[in-house]
Design a protein around this ligand. Structure first.
Ligand SMILES: [Zn+2]
Ligand SMILES: [Zn+2]
Length: 341
């Protein structure tokens, strides 16, 4: 029912592409991350809860929406969105055609996140899953534990009059951290300019988050010395950082589970906080869908497909896509900063 094309995953019976990376007539979007929501398509459809952030990403696009759970007839299929628990408005796409049910899950996680609706397991025959962190080494601690670590790090730096710069993804991670720090922040929080607009979108959606101010050109040194500053990884090593002398830096990502990556990239601290499912959650989610066939997209897709076929006896395959996941964050930030030099 869904096939690979050069523009992206295509549902011929429904006449639409899912998260296409080239312009198409009709794009059905799981969520607004840059590698899943590309500009240039004639029409977009997303979950209603994701409209605000998708418009922020694609200001000129023609966007239609449907609430989670509502069935839409598209061509010869019924389509509905179901929460993916990844970022605000993220959705799995359920497609039914003559009783055969497919679910394209986009990116998802099972850990609770105060900024988005929790992942909803959807029964299906064929489940399309991501594999960003599909290796047994990737298991996540509870979010509360990680937030405690961030809080303690910030306190320690503050006692030494040093700013704490926490690098994290602009859409989703930054707002999740602010929401987790709501009622807990006991100092000033600042945002790199690149995070401002998306965070405002989250506030407009009514989500409770710790208050934060935007870093302006005049701010430097003493003004920021005791603060927590959230910034995209692409700001690391740039002139922007000169306003933050003696800063301690940390990176919040599932990638920080691997000590070698942390050491190699020389962050003072790594905080293992991911918006993707960890290895146990990938396996339990696949089981909960009841799917007999699993198709795996970006990340460790071969590893997950092989594991599921060998240990669970499922029919598996991989789908080639242009999605990047959290690993792409590290490589694209590296290429951005090296091309800037
Ligand atoms: Zn994503
Ligand atoms: Zn992705």
């Amino acid at each position: 029912m869904i096939v690979e094309t050069s523009a992206g995953l295509f549902c011929e019976a429904g006449g639409f592409h899912i998260d296409p990376w080239l312009p198409v007539d009709r794009a059905v979007i799981t969520h607004a991350h840059g590698d899943h929501a590309h500009a240039g398509s004639a029409a977009y459809l997303c979950a209603a809860a994701g409209e605000r952030v998708l418009r922020r990403r694609l200001p000129d696009a023609h966007i239609e929406t449907a609430p989670y759970g509502q069935r839409l007839r598209m061509g010869d299929v019924d389509v509905s969105f179901h929460p993916a628990g990844h970022v605000l408005g993220s959705a799995q796409i359920r497609i039914e055609h003559h009783g055969d049910v497919w679910v394209a899950s986009g990116d998802y996680k099972r850990a609770p996140d105060p900024t988005c609706a929790p992942f909803e397991p959807v029964r299906c025959n064929t489940f399309i899953t991501e594999a960003t962190f599909a290796l047994p080494v990737y298991t996540w601690d509870s979010t509360a534990t990680v937030i405690d670590e961030i809080h303690a790090w910030w306190r320690g730096n503050r006692a030494e009059d040093r700013p704490s710069v926490l690098f994290c993804y602009v859409l989703g991670k930054a707002q999740r951290i602010l929401a987790e720090l709501h009622d807990r922040a006991d100092g000033s929080i600042y945002l790199h300019g690149a995070m401002w607009a998306m965070t405002e979108s989250y506030r407009e959606a009514g989500l409770a988050m710790a208050s934060a101010e935007r870093v302006t050109d005049e701010m430097r040194g003493k003004a920021l010395a005791q603060s927590l500053v959230l910034a995209p990884l692409s700001a690391r090593g740039t002139r922007w950082m000169k306003r933050l002398p003696r800063a301690s830096d940390g990176f919040a990502s599932g990638l920080m589970r691997v000590r070698g990556v942390r050491r190699q990239r020389a962050f003072d601290r790594g905080f293992v906080l991911s918006d993707h499912a960890d290895w146990p959650a990938l396996l339990s989610t696949v089981a909960e869908t009841g799917a007999s066939r699993v198709l795996v997209t970006h990340g460790w897709s071969d590893a997950l497909a092989r594991y599921l076929s060998e240990t669970r006896g499922l029919e598996t395959g991989t789908l080639k896509t242009a999605y990047e996941g959290e690993a792409g964050e590290l490589t694209s930030a590296a290429s951005e900063s090296s091309s800037a030099q």
